[in-house]
Design a protein around this ligand. Sequence first.
Ligand code: NAD
Ligand code: UDP
Ligand code: UDP
Length: 327
Amino acid sequence: MRILVTGGAGFIGSHLIDRLMEEGHDVICLDNFYTGRKRNVLKWINHPYFELIRHDITEPIRLEVDQIYHLACPASPVHYQYNPVKTIKTNVMGTLNMLGLAKRVKARILLASTSEVYGDPEVHPQSEEYRGNVNTIGIRSCYDEGKRVAETLCFDYHRQNNVDVRVARIFNTYGPRMLENDGRVVSNFVAQALRGEALTVYGDGSQTRSFCYVADLVDGLMRLMNGDHLGPINLGNPGEYTILELAQMIQGKINPDSEIQYKPMPQDDPKRRKPDITKAKSLLEWEPKVPVQQGLDRMIADFRDRLGASSSEQAAGSSQAEPTPVA
Ligand code: NAD
Ligand code: UDP
Ligand code: UDP
């Protein structure tokens, strides 16, 4: 099959591309390199079945494909709040363009939605039926509301134009290739501990999240894409930890002497989050397999390699060591 992956140079997208290429598909990776990096797909660059296109999905594009995994959108609060209007455009105009493309070529399209559609949830754990508690005018709403509209667009294109849609609600995912300056909690803690810096815990660290290893998540996305259920369907690991527990776990693995520094809690930060994955289990026969201890070890090994390399590049005066966002 010819498969388009938007946001394919990013964290989840590049792991997905590895799996699709290994299965022998013809893959087009489309990315504007805002938070994605060419190095994430470097090993496929000269492969005859791989094509990399630098393109911003807020502009229309005509391609011929069978399936579209639509992942393009910055996912870390730091990056999606850097240019919130752009985040909305990416979610709304970008998703509209991808649905228009899917409609024209009759491709199946999977939207990477998010647990953020539940906002600061009043229901715990969160099942797909829960309608959410989102602040429409807060600093997270460019992302939360953007994804909610993207879901709406999918189902309107489905009802109005028979577009074959799939919607995944992804919960916090971590693993190798996250940007070391990404701002998300697992990458921050791992990078801080490896650099000998204090781990920055926002608030008192009693807020919770549930962390899914990227290989498990990619498996779930592919099952959803190739199954009959449209979604929305939760994909995440139900193991729930407080942020302080996560900090201590990473401290224990890297540097038990590293300090914890408490910082103010960001506005509208959800207090608890844990997926109810009953649907994914029964409809996709999917559940996460990689325990968080093992996933963290793999991620730490990757960060050790990269941070080691980037400090030696910096020492050698390379300008590519720490690219800054531009979009
Ligand atoms: P990421 O930032 O690593 O990847 C996003 C990719 O999209 C990047 O390569 C970026 O350059 C690209 N992109 C952004 N705006 C674009 C635009 N306008 N045009 C073209 N490309 C653009 O993030 P990720 O963690 O890999 O997330 C991938 C998707 O999964 C996102 O849609 C995100 O909302 C969703 N998601 C991720 C998580 C998570 O925990 N990682 C949780 C919920 C949902
Ligand atoms: N679109 C695109 N590629 C295509 C087909 C459509 O980027 O192959 C864009 C198109 O430019 C439009 C959007 O997708 O902005 C929605 O397309 P649709 O055909 O649904 O709506 P219309 O073009 O009629 O407004
Ligand atoms: N967080 C933290 N320290 C950091 C980064 C994040 O304590 O250095 C907290 C953040 O306030 C939130 C949780 O960790 O409660 C998860 O944050 P992240 O940005 O990774 O994901 P999201 O809030 O989108 O789930």
